[in-house]
Design a protein around this ligand. Structure first.
Ligand SMILES: Nc1ncnc2c1ncn2[C@@H]1O[C@H](COP(=O)(O)OP(=O)(O)O)[C@@H](O)[C@H]1O
Ligand SMILES: [Mg+2]
Length: 399
């Protein structure tokens, strides 16, 4: 990986400069939320108006971005002047699925009363928060809405901590099939066809809802269900069209996906599947971010970075690096020193293994850019940490 031509890093840099939409995706916990925020900051630093739609920022990151409490509308992130080129602005918002879904109902419903009836419906409340793929779909909906409003140069979207990044791509289709009533059929199976008594009409799927609904009786639940699908009927077309539009927007050449991974084989496998899937779907990858990778330890003993690393290991091991390295040296110092060197060699081995795993994991798949983001000290919860990652993402080099 280290011999890759420098041009390979540039498609991510180009995306920061000219994409309209960036989607940060990848396995759980790899650094999607952090990368999304850093991508937004990188664009703002170049003078763009960037909005980061975040989903689950850690509390301190949210604080650093001025997102205390639920901020379902764009909020300006306070940045020190030195962080920005002229015209650059960083905005952030927290995606709230329920609010987005409710807003969508209001948009597509025939009347305000109809919208009220649906959003108050128990089945709706249950479905809108638990249906698999809803969160992903709502994220895209909000993205589409903000894109149409056109107030920002770049929208960076974080993706939910789903089981698989692929769920994100499947969400519009899943939403469409839900709207086509497949779910209703599932819920009512097999009682309807058999024409049995009302108790039997409620299938296994509905029983689960009843359990959640608590004291609601089967009859009440059925009534809610019937109301829900009756009220929803007029909205199918609007929803379906919207789901199509979301897909069209994601296929636009100015919408690009940033696949985030760690250097571990399971997230790499997921990154690989995702890249393959993007290609099949005609979607555009901006690049792969290998996050939290161990920095490469130079082989050359005169390398300044290596000298620093050895020094800090010596300090950590309690060895005086300036002590004359003569026979008077305490045996305990020697022990500490050999411990430090062992550690250095472990770090070097780890760094080499990670790079082998990355090469093997992505072998044969089209990777437009590959940027390594080093493991930073501690979590990334302030603007300095984000700025350091932003610099790496936009130059392809570690600062
Ligand atoms: N390069 C990095 N160095 C150190 N910590 C990191 C780095 N990138 C992310 N983190 C930390 O890892 C944790 C998970 O990152 P996050 O972006 O929330 O992942 P995801 O959104 O993919 O679940 C956070 O606590 C974050 O601060
Ligand atoms: Mg996250």
């Amino acid at each position: 990986m280290s011999q890759r031509p420098p041009a390979r890093a540039s498609s991510l840099a180009a995306a920061i400069t000219d994409a309209h939409i960036l989607v940060a995706t990848g396995a759980g916990g790899v650094g999607k939320t952090t990368s999304a925020a850093a991508l937004g900051l990188a664009a703002a630093q170049q003078g763009r108006r960037a909005l980061v739609l975040t989903i689950d920022p850690a509390r301190r990151l949210a604080q650093a971005m001025g997102l205390e409490g639920l901020a379902d509308e764009p909020t300006r992130v306070p940045l020190p002047a030195g962080h920005l080129a002229a015209g650059g602005e960083l905005w952030a918002m927290m995606l709230d699925m329920q609010t987005t879904f409710d807003r969508l109902i209001h948009r597509h419903a025939g009347s305000a009363e109809e919208a009220e009836a649906i959003t108050a419906n128990r089945i709706y409340r249950q479905l809108s928060s638990t249906l698999s793929g809803t969160q992903e779909y709502m994220a895209m909906e909000r993205l589409h809405e903000l894109h149409e409003q056109g107030a920002f140069d770049l929208l960076v979207i974080d993706t939910p901590p789903t089981r698989s990044a692929l769920d994100f791509l499947d969400a519009p289709r899943r939403m469409t099939s839900f709207l086509e009533g497949r779910l209703l059929k599932l819920l009512l199976k097999p009682g309807v066809a058999a024409g049995r008594g009302i108790g039997k009409v409620v299938g296994a799927g509905a029983t689960a809802f009843m359990r959640v609904a608590g004291r609601v009786t089967g009859m009440e639940l059925l009534q809610d269900l019937a109301d829900f699908f009756r009220d929803f009927e007029g909205m199918y077309d609007g929803f379906k069209q919207r789901a199509e539009e979301v897909l069209v927007l994601l296929r636009d050449p100015r919408s690009r996906f940033v696949v985030v991974t760690s250097a571990e084989p399971p997230p790499l496998r997921e990154a690989r599947f995702f890249l393959e899937r993007l290609e099949q779907e005609g979607l555009h990858a901006a690049g792969v971010v290998v996050n939290r990778i161990s920095p490469e330890v130079p082989r050359d003993p005169s390398d300044a970075g290596l000298t620093r690393a050895v020094r800090s290991l010596q300090e950590a091991a309690g060895v005086d690096p300036d002590a004359p390295n003569d026979l008077d040296q305490q045996p305990s110092d020697e022990l500490a020193m050999s411990g430090a060197l062992q550690l250095l060699s472990d770090v070097r081995n780890l760094a080499a293994r990670q790079r082998r795993d990355v090469s093997a994991g992505l072998f044969g798949v089209e990777v437009p850019a590959l940027v390594e983001v080093p493991l930073l000290d501690g979590d990334v919860h302030d603007l300095d940490g984000l700025a350091s990652i932003a610099a790496t993402l936009s130059t392809g080099r570690t600062r």
